[in-house]
Design a protein around this ligand. Sequence first.
Ligand code: GDP
Ligand code: GDP
Ligand code: MG
Length: 301
Amino acid sequence: MGFFDKLKQGLAKTRKTLIENTEALFRGRTVDEGLLEELEEVLIMSDVGPQAASAITGSLREKVRQGKASNTRDLKNALKEEIRRMLKEGTGIMCAGEKPYVVLTVGVNGVGKTTTIGKLARRFTDQGFSVTLAAADTFRAAAIEQLEIWAQRAGAQIVKHRSGADPAAVAFDAVASAKAKNVDVVIIDTAGRLHTKTNLMEELKKIKRVVSKEAPSAPHEILLVVDATSGQNAINQAKIFNDAVGVTGIALTKLDGTAKGGIIIAINKELNIPVKLIGVGEAVEDLQDFNPAEFVDALFD
Ligand code: GDP
Ligand code: GDP
Ligand code: MG
């Protein structure tokens, strides 16, 4: 299955609520204020978020007024265009310039951090880059073992300490090891438990501090992983992590598992952080660079 078909399949549930409900709403209707109001409700129900839903219908209202969307077919095209405009161009994740290129991965428990790291590592090694993974989720031994399996699959190296060890020390050693071995990319896994005795945000700040001691421009990317099935909660998580450590990009996982993929529109509207990666399944190739044009095509066409 091709890349675009994977994306399309991954968005099937969202397509079913967002697009099919829109089409059902538009059937046999003329374009008027009542229709626009009902459309706003459909958007909100797909987790597009109240701000984005209101902005989208506002723009559509203006197009209707200008005579640019006088029938439902034109209105649907205008809707696609408005959503497309709202999605900021992502840059994907590239390891450019600095060596090692250090990616610090953060996010609450279970969102898909370790899986995303595994997929990303595999992508880099496929591109011919060498990769070191840092097992800085030292909270449970199982977390270290899970990352080891991904390292093997991806052909990446791993730096690990005993479970319970200081996460900052693991991250530091991984960067030092990568420097010594001339490795291209370091990806740091972290814990995600918000309610433990050690404050997660302080732990992440310390990792950041310690890593920049070894490589002054690192970490180059602070990738927040959020789970699309968590709906509006994803927005709250992004705000908390961004305040604490300064997030440079978002990986939105599990889009395949939700009908509320509209959350990506809310994220783009409400946060000033680009979505760089999307997860549309559990296989390696299901981690894709986020491309707004492809995304709306997969959703609408
Ligand atoms: P972590 O606690 O943040 O490290 O999360 P994990 O990487 O352990 O992932 C938790 C679960 O989410 C695992 O069962 C993954 O296979 C699953 N997962 C991660 N990304 C995706 C995705 O894009 N789609 C689906 N369907 N499952 C995913
Ligand atoms: P503090 O523990 O809160 O005082 O934070 P620090 O910034 O002093 O660093 C804390 C941890 O990071 C230490 O316990 C070390 O394990 C690790 N760390 C910091 N600097 C180094 C270093 O130069 N080498 C290694 N291996 N680890 C370091
Ligand atoms: Mg994990």
